[in-house]
Every structure is written in C-alpha cells, then in structure tokens.
Design a protein around this ligand. Sequence first.
Ligand SMILES: *[C@@H]1O[C@H](CO)[C@@H](O)[C@H](O)[C@H]1NC(C)=O
Ligand SMILES: *[C@@H]1O[C@H](CO)[C@@H](O)[C@H](O)[C@H]1NC(C)=O
Ligand SMILES: *[C@@H]1O[C@H](CO)[C@@H](O)[C@H](O)[C@H]1NC(C)=O
Ligand SMILES: *[C@@H]1O[C@H](CO)[C@@H](O)[C@H](O)[C@H]1NC(C)=O
Ligand SMILES: *[C@@H]1O[C@H](CO)[C@@H](O)[C@H](O)[C@H]1NC(C)=O
Length: 265
Amino acid sequence: MAGIKRVVFLVVLTFQWTFVKADTEVSCIFMERCMLPCSYGGSDVVIHWHQVSAGDITVHSFYHNKDQLEHQNQRFRGRTSLFNDQISTGNASLQLTKVEVRDEGKYKCYTSTIDGNKESFINLKIDAPIQKVSIQQVGNIITCSSEGIYPKPELTWSTSPSSNITSKNITVQPTERLLYNISSSLIPSSSDRDLKYSCTISTRRNGEKATLFKPNPPNDSSQSLHPNQLRATIGGIIGGLFVIAVLAAVLWWMKIKGCITSSPY
Ligand SMILES: *[C@@H]1O[C@H](CO)[C@@H](O)[C@H](O)[C@H]1NC(C)=O
Ligand SMILES: *[C@@H]1O[C@H](CO)[C@@H](O)[C@H](O)[C@H]1NC(C)=O
Ligand SMILES: *[C@@H]1O[C@H](CO)[C@@H](O)[C@H](O)[C@H]1NC(C)=O
Ligand SMILES: *[C@@H]1O[C@H](CO)[C@@H](O)[C@H](O)[C@H]1NC(C)=O
Ligand SMILES: *[C@@H]1O[C@H](CO)[C@@H](O)[C@H](O)[C@H]1NC(C)=O
C-alpha cells in the first residue's frame, strides 16, 4: 500500500512539475542593476511588465514598436528599459536600475502576438549585504554594530575561550530606505577580561565577523592614572630629588667648613 501511495504521489508531483511552471527566482543587490528575464515567440509584440505584489502596478509597456510609459508607476520612472535591439528576437527581459527594497516581490511579464498570449512570473528578492562590522570598546562597554542591511540581520556574540555571555542587548532599527541598522552591547564581567570577543552579523546573503582581542581594563580612577595625576607624580619625584640634592650639598659644604667632622680629636 505504502509503495503504491508513493508512486501515486510521484506521478502527481511530476504532473505538477510539467504543467505548473514555478516562478523564476531572481536575486539582486540593493542600488544595483537587475534583469528580469522574459521571452516570447512571434512578431508584432505587445509587452506589459507589472509588479503584481504591489497591487499590479505598471512597470513598463511596449507596443507599436516603442516604449509606452504614460501609465508607468512613478516609482519606476527612469529606472526601466527593455533590450530594444533584441526585442525582435523574442527577448522581452526587463532591466531595472538602482533597485530598492520596495522593488522586492512578484512581477508579471505579459506578452501578446498574433501567435497568442503568454504570462510568466518572476519573484524578485533584494539584498543589501553586510559591508562592515565594527566592534569597539567605550569605557566598560563593548559595542558591535553594522548599518544598511536587508533583509533583517542576525547578531551573535562569542568568546575565545568560550564563556557564557550575559546581557547581550540587540537593537535592530529600520532606516528610511527600509534597510536595517543593528547593534549590540555588553559589559564584560571582571572574570572575563582575558577573553577575545567576537561578534558575527549575518543575513541570507552573507555574514561578517569582527573581533576585539582584549578588552581594556575596567575604567575606574583608583587603578589608572589620569594624565594630571601622572604629571603630579612625576613632579613630586623630581621635587623630592631636588630637595635631597640640596641637603647633600649643604652637608658637604658644612663638612668642608669643619662644622662637621667625622674624625675624633
Ligand atoms: C535578453 O538580452 C539580454 C542582453 O543581451 C541578455 O542578457 C538576456 O539573457 C536576454 N534574455 C533572453 C530571455 O533572451
Ligand atoms: C573613564 O571614565 C571617565 C568617567 O566615566 C571618562 O571621562 C573617561 O573618558 C574614561 N576613560 C577611558 C579611558 O575610557
Ligand atoms: C554557562 O551557563 C550554564 C547554565 O546557565 C552552565 O551550565 C554552564 O556551565 C556555563 N558555562 C560556562 C563556561 O560558564
Ligand atoms: C538595551 O539598549 C537600549 C538602547 O541602547 C536601551 O534603551 C535599553 O535600556 C537596553 N536594555 C538593557 C537590558 O540593557
Ligand atoms: C543607520 O545608520 C546610518 C549610518 O550610520 C545612519 O546615518 C542612520 O541615521 C541610522 N539610522 C537609524 C534609524 O538608526
């Protein structure tokens, strides 16, 4: 029975594979150029590109042998083009420049010729990869951060040798361009001062790690000398040496004058 079920399941799967064409997945980098592929057969073509996921808005149209942009949504103004010299060969691919996070989603390529109509779907994903992870210590607090990331990043701390890190306070802030800034701070406990601290920030596209080799000693004034204190200390030492030298000179002078004599009479 189980064997028969499996065979039926496989037949159904194969059937679906053959007759329901999956959306094409395309992944592009934030602010870069991106191509959404589409092709057709026939001549005298009408092409309509729509962003279905944003309410079926018009991205780009082409008919009567030229671009028709009067109904183009203003979000796409000046950012779209077709490969004009290749349209006659069946190439209806759309080129999108300076891609934004809002461009992410599902697109439809509709083509129509005397031979018939065709619809195909593209699923566009946008990534703003992690550029740089900074780790720094200010006072007693170690902070790890990175900016301008999409999609939402993950942040993890680790130490070498390994230890339990407590109070990792992770803050993720969305920016006006729908990217994310992320940061996390921790205060090493006094027993953890010889550890190497690492922070890793990652998204589906990439991950970056930054390491702080040795935290500074705790910043409390009883253990460290302030520059002014240091100056006072050095001043004190020099002053002391001067007093000793003067005393010695006075004693030596008194000895010459015979006020002091070491030899008994
Ligand atoms: C359309 O033309 C562009 C530019 O030459 C090419 O990169 C792309 O692969 C072509 N797409 C199709 C579907 O033919
Ligand atoms: C130590 O702490 C004091 C006051 O909290 C601050 O003014 C000073 O800049 C700190 N020094 C260092 C080296 O972080
Ligand atoms: C970390 O904490 C867990 C439970 O809180 C404890 O079992 C484990 O021994 C700790 N490990 C270290 C290295 O302190
Ligand atoms: C976490 O960080 C935020 C912002 O820096 C701060 O307002 C909050 O008090 C912190 N929470 C803890 C538990 O440290
Ligand atoms: C995110 O980081 C950028 C670069 O440091 C900064 O200009 C921006 O104000 C930050 N946005 C938020 C919401 O924190």
